[in-house]
Write a protein that binds this ligand. Structure first.
Ligand code: UTP
Length: 467
């Protein structure tokens, strides 16, 4: 005990024991356990992250090569070269060499839902949850290619039990339980303006999830990169739980990644306007990376190419492919991604409900693996087809806004084949992931022309009567 106290005092953090004499035996044990887990050697890095935020380093930016869309009009088409490589991706899926990694360890503060974000009922007619949407997409891949990719779900300590129970209560949505693995990401403490660790109670240090970038070390520490290797998985499809529209295992994207011999690949959408708050894929001193919108000057963000379009147009949608060897290499070398600081409201023992941001929180970002990869490939995808995140309580990225965009998008597919948009629409993710596939499916379906398009329409496999 005295050793632990001395360690914290030497690091200038002795205040964590300020209430020690008031604590009972159990509270003391709890606090001791928590403090033992704190890596004080990280303090200088945390302080440096705060400084970096206050005065970002100079960048030497240039645009990065990207496979742009082949057709920008609805229902869209990917780049021709990527489409030509789809058979290679399909073979990888048939050979069972692809795994899916879903990160679901965030706190979902903006959405304000009481439970893991993945348990949010999002689809407009049935209220299907985000987790079930992903599970049904995976089952469909399994039906199509004969092998269902294993699923790795990253959770945080705050939502681990609720997430596991939810999947168990729903019989893993029909997936094989051995092929669904949950693993918890790490935690980071917060600092106040004097560089002191924030205490959330007299017997508790504040800590929060260490960001989606925590996935690299969490996979390694919990033996999951080894599990991937054991299963013969070569490519990991990385997804975030809140993006309703992302495909789980896109054959063209996988084919391009393999064909190019990339270690990391990413999907981007074309920025809608120069000020859109999205990270941009570009080069910094010739090295591929994602640069936060806040690091672009107004003038740089507005720069145009010869075609009159934005020079820095590649907005990242946080969809990646990683080669398993690359993930294993980062893990084996104990490579930690850099910490980023953010000013946030942090409940503390002296101010349990702060009215304004009062402290620094620290997170790692998954896109910081990009500069570490030997080869990176970037593919543009249609925004409305593949990017529809549930972020906020309201507005375009709140549940109602997302449901509206979802129905508008698929409604255009129905209208293309049947001549009319129904007043409400849901497409089972097991039937099709996007309007392109839906259009083909509808053309093949003899029943479709008899559907009542005056009433809300729920398209499922049961509505099929294939020609
Ligand atoms: P966001 O950064 O949008 O955070 O996460 P969030 O937790 O969903 O919502 P806010 O910011 O608190 O409102 C994008 C994705 O990354 C995951 C989230 O679960 C989401 O899928 N994530 C984020 C993690 O897995 N761990 C983290 O520490 C942070």
């Amino acid at each position: 005990m005295s050793e632990l106290r001395a360690k914290f005092e030497t690091a200038g953090q002795g205040h964590v024991f300020a209430w020690w004499d008031e604590l009972g035996e159990r509270a003391r044990r709890r606090l001791t356990r928590q403090l033992e887990a704190v890596d004080l050697s990280r303090l200088p890095e945390m302080l440096a992250a705060v400084e970096a935020l206050k005065s970002p380093r100079a960048r030497n930016l240039s645009p990065a090569p990207t496979y742009a869309l082949g057709d920008e009009t609805f229902p869209y088409a990917l780049d021709d070269a990527a489409r030509a490589l789809a058979p290679q991706g399909e073979k990888e899926l048939r050979d069972g060499r692809v795994g899916v990694l879903l990160v679901a360890g965030g706190q979902g503060t903006r959405l304000g839902f009481d439970g893991p974000k993945g348990c949010y009922p999002i689809l407009p007619l049935t209220g299907m949850t985000l987790f079930e949407v992903f599970a049904r997409k995976l089952l469909r891949v399994g039906r199509e290619y004969g092998r269902t990719p294993p699923l790795y779900v990253m959770v945080g300590r705050h939502n681990e039990a609720a997430t596991r129970n939810f999947w168990e209560d729903h019989d893993w949505f029909g997936l094989c339980p051995e092929d669904v693995q949950f693993f918890a990401q790490g935690e980071m403490p917060a600092l106040d303006d004097d560089g002191k660790l924030v205490m959330s109670g007299k017997d508790a240090l504040f800590s929060g999830p260490d960001g989606h970038g925590g996935v690299v070390q969490a996979l390694h520490r919990q033996g999951l990169t080894a599990d991937m290797r054991r299963r013969g998985i070569r490519t990991i499809s990385y997804l975030q739980v809140d993006n309703l529209q992302t495909p789980v295992a896109d054959p063209a994207f996988i084919g391009l990644h393999l064909g190019e011999g990339a270690e990391v690949s990413l999907k981007v959408v074309r920025k809608q306007d120069p000020n859109e708050r999205v990270g941009v894929f570009c080069h910094d001193d010739g090295v591929p990376c994602i640069v936060e919108y806040s690091e672009f000057s107004e003038q740089q963000a507005r720069e145009q190419s010869e075609d009159g379009r934005l020079r820095y147009w590649q907005g990242s949608i946080a969809v990646h492919l990683f080669s398993t060897d690359f993930l294993a290499r980062l893990g084996d070398r104990n490579i930690d991604l850099p910490l980023h600081a953010a000013r946030k409201k942090v409940p503390s023992v002296t101010d349990p409900d702060p009215a304004a941001p009062n402290a620094w929180k620290f997170e790692r970002f998954v896109f910081d693996v990009i500069p570490l990869a030997n080869h990176v490939v970037c593919l543009e995808v249609p925004r409305e087809e593949q990017f529809l995140p549930v972020k906020d309580a309201d507005g375009p990225f709140g549940p109602d806004g997302v449901r509206q965009s979802y129905q508008d998008y698929f409604g255009r597919g129905v209208e293309r084949v049947l001549g009319k948009k129904p007043p409400g629409l849901e497409v089972d993710p097991g039937v099709s992931e996007n309007a392109r596939e839906l259009i083909d499916w509808l053309k093949d379906n003899r029943n479709a022309k008899h559907w009542d398009l005056e009433a809300p329409l729920h398209i499922t496999d049961a509505s099929t009567d294939k020609a």
